[in-house]
Design a protein around this ligand. Structure first.
Ligand code: GBH
Length: 487
């Protein structure tokens, strides 16, 4: 897997300075050259395109017992024997809580325009509700000031899976009280941070934390509820999103934009013929019916309700109104394609499951299909007339190796990113309104139940010393940003 590029090839691609430890700064492209390069780039992105990178609180922060943070369901789950690869926990993670200044410096060296982070609910409300803990919010105040001083625009996610354990003890997402508690927390954070944060996302990947956490049991809280229970949890998640949108609008500074980050199943037509493309659009709406579709349409699709029958969620008209609260933008996390073909069944489509031999990254689920990043935003824009879309995550896992002379030749990740960005370029050239792209992730971090072995970063992290090293992919991404396009 490793070292597919020789040192010589690496130097040819990225300049010999890239082989020196201070490569990132040595490689700075002079302003004059940048203009010439962007003019000649074969695939330029629109002016002002927001190049970013993303992380999430429990995956990077560590400092789980500091400054009054309460426990989250991920502390409990990761400390339960047998639940995570190698027994890994987020106790220390990237120690970002203490090293955020160094990490903002990494972002600045990359030339990032924007950074997507998440706030840890149990830092702000250690018990989930009740009295806020000002010291918890202080961390984000410090970090935001550092980001703004570096000229980097913050995008803030309010819930990236670290539910306060105190709420789980009262039923967690099985209880609609959690939806109300989320709205209260979201309004509080928006009130305090919206002087500096202009874009808030309520939730990250409801489909992941609901289905994997409450149905499959492989993520916290590790439950395997029957269908009716899962459907109700799913309803409470979208309800929390909707109530959160309303609370943010009520408490944030005027002009604050609200959206969400969802890994909508990225339906890709098996072949780009009109009939398969039409089938992919139908599949996009139905396979995402419990999440993005209900948020965008304010109602469950007929097929969703019919499919679940007696196990369908219980809801009120007021719930549906809240869930359908208009959003200012849609964030899409895009990793893997879901292939679709036209079919003569009443649904009009069928999913096509790739064979076991299909190419994937280190994470077995991460099938490589760059067209996913073209079709997901295109279908979302087309189905719901969305005017502002971000790719809130896209990235690749690998078993990266740091060479003795301090380099990571992650050619697989470079190829992955380049292929996906080519397809993203295809989307923006057709005026699909994608305004920005966030690479997952800024640095290797705690990959949930997969622990630290599955590396997604464009910076390598030595988890013993916490030293960060830009990988070849960081150099690649830095040049993409400098050129605002692919060479
Ligand atoms: C995102 O999920 C997350 O937002 C982010 O926190 C994460 O680090 C990143 O991607 C990389 O994984 O265990 O077989 O049930 C991406 C979508 C959905 C992929 C859940 C992993 C679990 C597979 N994820 N899936 S399995």
């Amino acid at each position: 897997m490793q070292n597919r590029f020789s040192r010589r090839t690496f130097a040819r691609l990225f300049g010999s300075a890239a082989l020196a430890p201070t490569a990132l700064t040595n490689l700075a492209i002079p302003a004059s050259a940048q203009t010439a390069q962007s003019a000649s780039a074969t695939r330029s992105f629109p002016q002002g395109f927001l190049w970013g990178s993303a992380t999430a609180s429990y995956q990077v922060e560590g400092a789980v017992n500091e400054d009054g943070r309460g426990p989250s369901i991920w502390d409990t789950f990761s400390h339960t024997p047998g639940k995570t690869n190698n027994g890994d926990t987020g106790d220390v993670a990237d120690d970002h809580y203490h090293r955020y200044k160094e990490d903002v410096a990494l972002m600045k060296a990359l030339g990032l325009k924007t950074y997507r982070f998440s706030v840890a609910w149990p830092r702000v409300f250690p018990q989930g509700t009740g009295t806020p803990n000002p010291k918890g919010l202080d961390f984000y105040n410090r970090m935001l000031d550092e980001l703004l001083a570096a000229g980097i625009e913050p995008y803030c996610t309010l819930f990236h899976w670290d539910l306060p354990q105190a709420l789980e003890d009262k039923g967690g997402w099985q209880s609609r009280d959690t939806s109300e508690a989320f709205a209260n927390y979201a309004g509080y954070v928006a009130q305090h941070l919206s002087d500096r944060v202009k874009h808030f996302m309520t939730m990250n990947e409801m489909s992941s934390f609901v289905d994997i956490g409450y149905r499959d049991g492989r993520h916290a809280p590790g439950l395997k509820l029957p269908p009716a229970g899962v459907n109700q949890v799913r309803h409470h998640a979208v309800l929390a999103h909707g109530l959160g949108v309303q609370a943010i609008r009520a408490h944030a500074k005027p002009g604050t934009k609200v959206g969400l980050a969802e890994n909508a199943s990225a339906c890709v037509p098996v072949i780009e013929t009109p009939e398969h493309i039409a089938a992919a659009a139908k599949a996009y709406r139905e396979t995402n019916a419990g999440y993005l579709t209900v948020v965008m349409e304010g109602k469950y699709t007929d097929a969703y309700l019919a499919h679940h029958g007696a196990a369908a969620p219980k809801f009120t008209a007021a719930d549906m109104k809240a869930i359908g609260s208009p959003v200012d933008f849609v964030g899409l996390n895009v990793y893997t394609p879901s292939y679709v073909r036209a079919d003569s069944s009443p649904a009009g489509f069928a999913m096509v499951h790739p064979p076991a031999s299909y190419p994937h990254m280190m994470s077995k689920w991460l099938h490589v299909g760059p067209e996913a990043i073209y079709w997901s935003p295109k279908l979302a824009a087309q189905l719901w007339n969305v005017k502002e879309i971000y790719i809130t995550e896209n990235g690749a896992s690998s078993e990266d190796v740091l060479t003795p002379d301090g380099h990571v030749y992650d050619s697989d990740r470079v190829m992955y990113l380049r292929n996906y960005l080519t397809q993203l370029h295809r989307a923006v050239s057709e005026n699909v309104p994608v305004r920005g792209y966030f690479c997952w992730s800024l640095m290797d971090n705690y990959e949930w139940a997969d622990g630290y072995a599955y590396r997604f970063g464009i910076h390598y992290v030595d988890f013993k010393t916490q030293k960060r090293t830009p990988k070849m992919s960081a150099h690649f991404y830095r040049e993409v940003i400098a050129r605002n396009g692919l060479a």
